[in-house]
Ligand binder design. Structure first.
Ligand SMILES: [Mn+2]
Length: 385
């Protein structure tokens, strides 16, 4: 076998509760969409005649997964009987005693990797598959690999569900550096765990964390999908790894700050939010009806006006799949009231105004305005928001 094709995904989190949405109908819809995402992956594997499907952990949420969902997964896997499916459990689908990984009778094309001491050899694809950290002990497992003879004439793929290049905190699952992993001399390293895409390379290895194919929260903005790749080897044993990212998410998350300084009623705020939506490149109608938005209202508003968050949210609700508003505005101090003040507040305001007058750049004048607002906050409330 001179080449082997693969599709690499991770972190599907099937049956995730999506409880933070606070809306069971939408959560249910989203769970169905995760299943549809798996269906699309299977369809792609079938159509492209992919040799190996790699799932690098967190295929499902062990705590919430239903037997019926497992059955759907199992049935889908049987449909791609010509493809070898290689799965590593993650921290949300740990390999515990009565895990569905163990209690389900999977088809013969499904390989669930349970032990880092074992190497899965897929003879028909001339491929060895290694794994690390199944029991959250990546450090110990790492020591095994150099002892295993890595055959250069074969394709070598390593699976790991873990935290790469992040501060080594105790609660980080399978923490390790990209340098250590790249030094293992694999051809492709299939990571999982981090929900956004990242890619690492050196002369001999390509390592990818594909991210969750469907984003699962507001800290997962941007494109989501999976990786399709091809490993090939030439007569003189030179190897090549070509990969491409395939965007495939049904919905996306957006965090947007909207400065509503100067707005004095809810309709003005709604207008401002819609304008920012447009500037964000979201299109003519400002919101994508498929997407999730977290809008944070910022800026300084009059003490006499308090935005009706419930009303604004209701009004914008129909324009997108989900919207959540946060109000982080500050009360605006009317500096004019302090102009004649003989005390420190008056002196402070007069000095700032003098500085503003002598300042040519609008940016610096705006900064001085902020300084005045925060200064007055401190002087009036003995604290700054
Ligand atoms: Mn995950």
């Amino acid at each position: 076998m001179k080449q082997v094709s693969f599709l690499h995904t991770a972190d599907l989190h099937l049956d995730a509760p999506f409880s933070s949405l606070g809306d069971e109908a939408k959560a249910c819809k989203r769970r169905n969409e995760l299943e549809s995402c798996l269906c699309r992956i299977i369809q792609r594997v079938q159509e492209a005649g992919i040799n190996i499907l790699i799932i690098s952990g967190d295929l499902f949420e062990d705590k919430y997964i239903k037997g019926s969902t497992i059955l759907k997964i199992k049935n889908l896997f049987t449909e791609i009987y010509n493809t070898e499916i290689v799965i590593i459990p993650g921290n949300h689908d740990l390999l515990r005693e009565n895990s569905f990984y163990r209690t389900t009778v999977w088809g013969s094309n499904v390989h669930i990797l349970e032990d880092s001491k074992q190497v899965l050899y897929l003879e028909k694809y001339n491929t060895c598959i290694y794994n690390l950290g199944v029991k959250n002990n990546v450090r110990m497992d790492m020591e095994q690999i150099p002892g295993m003879e890595i055959a250069r004439e074969r394709f070598n793929i390593l699976l790991l569900h873990g935290t790469v290049d992040m501060p080594f905190e105790e609660d980080n699952y399978n923490s390790i550096t990209s340098k250590e992993l790249l030094s293992l001399n694999m051809d492709y390293i299939a990571l999982g765990h981090m929900h956004c895409y990242s890619e690492f390379k050196n002369e001999s290895t390509v390592m990818v964390n594909p991210g969750s194919p469907e984003p699962l929260g507001f800290d997962e903005e941007g494109e989501h999908g999976y990786v399709q790749g091809l490993l090939s080897i030439s007569e003189d044993c030179k190897k090549q790894c070509d990969i491409r990212f395939i965007e495939d998410a049904a919905r996306h998350y957006h965090n947007i700050d909207v400065n509503i300084s100067g707005c004095s009623d809810d309709s003005e705020v709604i207008e401002k939010i819609c304008l920012v939506g447009q500037m964000d490149g979201v299109g003519q109608f400002s919101f994508r009806e498929t997407d999730f938005y977290k809008i944070t209202l910022t800026g300084f508003i009059s003490k006499n006006y308090s935005p009706d968050i419930g009303y604004i949210q209701e009004t914008l609700n129909s324009r997108c799949f989900y919207i959540k508003l946060r109000n982080q505005t500050s009360a605006k101090f009317e500096y004019e009231c302090y102009l004649e003040d003989p005390g420190i507040k008056g002196e402070f305001v007069r000095r700032i105004l003098d500085l503003q007058e002598g300042e040519g750049s609008q940016e610096k004048r705006d900064t001085l305005f902020l300084a005045m607002q925060y200064g007055l906050q401190a002087l009036e409330n003995e604290r700054v928001d």
